[in-house]
Design a binder for this molecule. Structure first.
Ligand SMILES: [Mg+2]
Length: 374
């Protein structure tokens, strides 16, 4: 088996799935798996299930890697109203309109946030700490001078730098992510093949943190060190914006805009929702955040999660969020399989994580009647 169900008694009927994207439902090319996409559309069409996709990636990435892959599917137009896309962890909301164009808007709480608005030059000051694509020459394949080299960002764009002519920025292993609009990101510099170095990010996080304090931005932003980057995250009411916040937004949207507040309670929407992810940050899907006045009246505020990451992606024993592991209802076993390629006379290892596991979990849940309309 590729997955285990940790507690059968907790299984419910689900009408809404909250999805992480990267490494949960993506294939080896880093885009939405077509096999999973077909099942997602089928569930929306036949079981009237809603889907909310929530990622830390930006709207451009979402459009290319996810939305554009869904649009060509049979009957996509009939289900597009059941699919919502939340980029930059809920700051940017994308939907597909009648004519197939993708519309984009900012969440109202983020719209005028100082980090997005560049208040007091916060964005300018941040980008001065790293390599800034706007101040570099785009690499067009020309012959390089001896002292020149090319650095790449996360979107495979190359830029020429000459270390003998310019002083390197304070956080020199990073480049500014131009496509982020509400967040700010220091992406690790990559090589031509898209690989980046593993190095201790703490010293850079420390420099960034002290700059944020000195400039008086601490009430507005916080930082988050992840494998590929350092994220500068907007703060709202003193809290760092994350997947709990985005899930609360997604649930409220379905309750208020899609179903209608008079039809069912928010408790029922929460009870009919399951989430899926592969990393520590995705466990935040399981404790959605709501405005105080609404949170007060909730009887239950927990969403279970299908976890398709590895043991190392989970909170460690003794950590503050260790208890979130209890919200895992279905988990990838991590048992891979051997794949035999007879033509090439080769046997290879296939990891049982991510989209491969999700695809089977969806089959199981559908076969046993765990999906239905709200
Ligand atoms: Mg992920």
């Amino acid at each position: 088996m590729l997955f285990t169900i940790r507690d059968f008694t907790r299984l419910r009927q689900y009408s809404h799935i909250v999805w992480d994207i990267d490494r949960t439902i993506t294939d080896e090319n880093g885009a939405l798996s077509e096999e999973v996409a077909a099942k997602i559309i089928n569930l929306a069409l036949n079981e009237r299930v809603f889907h909310s996709f929530i990622t830390g990636r930006d709207a451009d990435w979402m459009k290319v890697k996810v939305i554009d892959r869904l649009i060509p599917f049979f009957k996509f137009n009939d289900v597009r109203g059941r699919l919502d896309f939340y980029g930059e962890v809920g700051s940017v909301i994308q939907r597909v309109s009648d004519d197939g164009t993708v519309t984009e808007r900012f969440d109202s709480e983020i719209e005028n946030h100082p980090l997005k608005m560049n208040a007091n030059g916060v964005r300018d000051k941040l980008r001065a700490l790293v390599y800034d694509p706007e101040k570099l020459e785009s690499f067009n394949g020309r012959k390089l001078e001896a002292a020149e080299e090319v650095i790449y960002d996360a979107n495979e764009c190359g830029f020429v730098i000459d270390r003998t002519k310019h002083v390197a920025p304070i956080c020199h292993p990073y480049i500014w992510a131009t496509s982020k609009k509400a967040f700010a990101t220091f992406e690790k510099i990559r090589n031509k093949e898209g690989y980046f170095n593993d190095f201790d990010q703490d010293p850079y996080a420390e420099r960034l943190r002290s700059m944020i304090t000195t400039e008086g931005f601490s009430d507005q932003v916080d930082i988050e060190v992840i494998g590929t980057a350092i994220n500068i995250v907007p703060k709202l009411n003193g809290l760092k914006l994350g997947k709990s916040w985005a899930t609360g937004k997604a649930l409220m949207h379905i309750w208020e805009q899609k179903i209608g507040k008079n039809e069912i309670s928010l408790d029922q929407v929460i009870a009919g929702t399951i989430s899926a992810g592969d990393g520590r940050a995705d466990l935040d899907f399981t404790k959605p955040m709501f405005p105080e006045a609404i949170a007060r009246d909730l009887k239950r505020n927990r969403v279970d999660i299908i976890f398709v990451g590895g043991e190392l992606d989970l909170p460690k024993v003794g950590s503050a969020d260790y208890s979130l592991r209890e919200n895992i209802i279905i988990q990838a076993t991590g048992q891979g399989t051997l794949a035999v390629n007879a033509r090439e006379r080769r046997i290879s290892w296939q990891d049982a994580m991510g989209a491969r596991v999700i695809s089977e979990v969806l089959d199981y849940l559908k076969m046993w009647g765990h999906f239905r309309e709200f």
